[in-house]
Ligand binder design. Sequence first.
Ligand code: UDP
Length: 450
Amino acid sequence: MFPLPFTGHLNPMIELAGIFHHLGFSVTILHTSFNSPDPSRHPRFTFRTIHHNKEGEEDQDPLSQAEVSAMDLFAFIRVLKQSYKEPFRQSLAAEVSEGETVCCLVSDAIWGRNMEVAAEQVGIQRLVLRTTSAASVCAFAAFPLLREKGYLPIQDSRLDDPVIELPPLKVKDLPVIVTKDPEELYRIMKDMVEGAKSSSGVIWNTFEDLERLQLMDLSRNFQVPFFPIGPFHKHSEDLPSTKNNKEDNAITDWLDKQDPKSVVYASFGSIAAIEEKEFLEIAWGLRNSEQPFLWVVRPGLVRGVEWLESLPCDFMENIGHKGKIVKWANQLEVLAHPSVGAFWTHCGWNSTLESICEGVPTICTPFQTDQRVNARYIVDVWRVGIMLERSKMDKSEIEQVVKSAMIDKKDGMRERCMALKEKADICLVGEVKADLRPSKWAEQYIKFFY
Ligand code: UDP
């Protein structure tokens, strides 16, 4: 397996590795030297680091943390793809020539057609893992059409126009990113789509009851086998561990003291960054809502600031035991805690699935790319969340949205959350626990490989 080295991609690949292992496969994870996973947390897998610099070269490179944070995300992905293309091919060849039979490569879809060449050269099949929603891939795959029809690049005057070809998306929901070179995003997504189309099949971290139409659409377009076997974290025994166990215990102790469904959990994933002004609006909005809150402020979340320095000195005193700010949390545990009543999220796909699986309603503040599509589906299709657009995120709007998510129970959102959770549970209980297999798709894997 060859994951892309970002938390939102690495976590589902590790979970998928757990599913494969459970089926009796042995798993080797080839991973980049940048942001590598901790092998000691997953002793059942073999980990091999791929170095992108040549032997003898200093481990000083274009992927140092400092340079990465200064780069556009997609410029960085381009550098990653270039830097690892040849070292990956060599590592895969070494792996295949080394005794054990390698039956298949599973690579993150973003690696694109680089992987096709590598797998062909060593003569093995290649599956791709797509770690985002099928709905967002429908939009990525439609980029050429959207450009032809003038939806892209996005014009400010058209933000609220519907995208007739991709209902219920509006122009502002299209999965783009503010970047110096928009062509970079189009190129990477085109390569992702072509790499998936030329693969032996696509594994999706989603489930049919959630995205049936989108999966059907894509399946017609891609013409390769599809395996929608998510949500992985519910099927797998190998969950990405938290980064700080001591802090996790403190979080659980704090949550234990709160009333059922009273806490707003706010976290914007592992990559999103905000300005200092936005940070302060969020802080005051949460405080003024007078709801207990648990807020993950990752070091690096606020541009130009280490951590909480820009909060007024008396802010923490002011909130007393009503609020808790942490650097990282074990999100799966937090969302499963009975005290959590709403999740204020950037709508990364893992966070979206994790909240659906726990029946927790969401406040949606998408930042970029697929998060915008996920947010629209959460709010308008599954109707299990409220939109709080980043451009409208001032303290009084935040206060109002948080209050309405926590207090206002009239529109049946909580019931819909529970109904959706049940659908996720059914796809698990019926097919996983009853017969001790990850899902009916497991049969297909086995047919596929043998
Ligand atoms: N996560 C976590 N603790 C945090 C924040 C995030 O465990 O404090 C995990 C979360 O459970 C999810 C992943 O990090 O599995 C974030 O992935 P997602 O796709 O939601 O967003 P991304 O980080 O890719 O933007």
